[in-house]
Design a protein. Structure first.
Length: 430
């Protein structure tokens, strides 16, 4: 079975490499020739631990290759995974223009039976649309099936999640399509959920929205904990031991970010509004996340009185450790607010780079965290990189203008930092 993975972004590249690791012959397709050139040379165009090793392994084994020739790639492969982007429109809905364009190219170029597998996160009913787009574009009436097979990859843990999934969701109307996908994933030792395409599409949105809700719940509760003098970490541990709740996604902080949760919550809210079924809990989830970072800003302003002329260190740009993804990251929101109030910012992140909007005269990107905190009036920890935990904070205090620490990820021990002479403010643990 020859497999085409169309789209070599985060999901597509991971999917292609894991399928090659499972023993299949895989082609990665992308219209971005620079990206294809990098992959052909053994380089991943984003940061994700373990992928580059796998890429070099299977370029050498011959199980994977990359191309920008769409016509030939469609004709030469039996199963086609759609892994193109579905960015948010201004109204929060998912933009399917890239899915539509690819579906039309498949219809135009197919010359035999194809199984088209949608792995992109898409609104309920997209499988029907893809089927119609392919059929309308066909030059000859070749048979095909369209199935939904959503991904559940955590950035920073993508390779582990793809190799050892906790479930495989297959949404297919056709027994043949379901059978092909089960054969494709035959080495996976996990539950298989065989359902309709509509159900599979909703499972993806519902899963991410539920996890986002857990995060916003504990984040909002953390602010109450600070007011009551209660440690939110102990509360989270106490409730998380209940198996009906679980310990995951109960780490209080300055909000979730990345390419999935914000986009998927917004898209599900749009779907619910179109159908006249408001999801009020999810509306509050989104609202809490969009304003959570302001809690730390407010505390810092109370301490410093004003940001005008102050030097502030931001440790961490990526929305979480293990990735260079800064999409919807709280660090960017904090940086925007500090710049608007005329602060001078010193930034460090081990893998993420400054976005164009932060290429500013008042922003300095530093090569080490120690350089970033030198002579500053306050430090904001925005990403829980382990390296920030191992900093010699006792020595670092001597290089700071003022020893103010605002820990947006509760990375450090509050009691220890206070004992070292820091003014320490976390999220629900102060």
């Amino acid at each position: 079975m020859n497999i085409l993975v169309a789209g070599t972004g985060y999901v597509g590249t991971t999917t292609a490499l894991v399928l090659a690791e499972m023993g299949w012959n895989v082609t990665g397709l992308d219209v971005d020739q620079n990206k294809i050139r990098l992959l052909q040379q053994g380089s991943i165009p984003f940061y994700e631990e373990g992928l580059e090793v796998l890429l070099k392994k299977h370029l050498q084994s011959g199980r994977i290759h990359f191309t920008s020739n769409t016509d030939e790639a469609i004709k030469d492969n039996d199963v086609i995974f759609l892994c193109v982007g579905t960015p948010s429109r201004s109204d929060g809905s998912a933009d399917l223009q890239y899915v539509k364009q690819l579906a039309e190219e498949i219809g135009h170029n197919m010359d035999s039976y194809k199984l088209i597998v949608n792995k992109s996160t898409v609104p309920v009913g997209t499988q029907i649309k893809v089927t119609d787009w392919i059929r309308t574009a066909q030059l000859y009436p070749h048979p095909f099936d369209v199935a939904s097979n959503p991904e559940f990859l955590r950035e920073g843990k993508a390779l582990t999640d793809a190799l050892y999934p906790d479930r495989v969701i297959i949404g297919a109307d056709s027994p043949q399509a379901a059978s092909i996908l089960k054969e494709l994933y035959q080495t996976m030792n996990c539950p298989f959920v065989i359902t309709t395409p509509n159900t599979a599409e909703l499972i993806k949105y519902a899963a991410n929205a539920f996890l986002a809700t857990k995060i916003s719940y504990i984040n909002e509760l953390a602010i109450l904990c600070d007011e009551l003098g209660v440690n939110v970490g102990e509360v989270a541990h106490g409730i998380g031991l209940d198996p009906r709740i679980g310990l995951s996604f109960l780490q209080a902080g300055i909000g979730y970010g990345g390419s999935c949760f914000p986009k998927d919550v917004s898209a599900l809210l749009r779907i619910s509004n179109v159908h006249g079924i408001p999801l009020s809990i999810l509306e509050q989830t989104e609202s809490v996340n969009q304003t959570q970072y302001l809690y730390l800003i407010t505390k810092a302003r109370e301490r410093l009185r004003e940001f005008d002329g102050k030097k502030i260190a931001l440790l961490g740009l990526s929305f979480k450790p293990g990735t260079d993804d800064i999409r919807e990251a709280a660090s960017i929101r904090i940086a925007r607010r500090l710049l608007a109030e005329l602060a001078h910012i010193r930034v460090h992140d081990p893998v993420a780079k400054l976005p164009p909007e932060l290429l500013h005269d008042s922003v300095t990107f530093c090569s080490t965290p120690e350089e970033a905190v030198e002579d500053v009036d306050a430090v904001f920890i925005c990403t829980e990189w382990a390296m920030y935990q191992s900093i010699d904070w006792e020595r670092m205090k001597e290089s700071m203008n003022q020893a103010n620490l605002f820990d947006g990820r509760n990375l450090l021990d509050a009691k220890r930092m206070k004992a070292l002479g820091y003014y320490y403010q976390g999220i629900g643990n102060s």
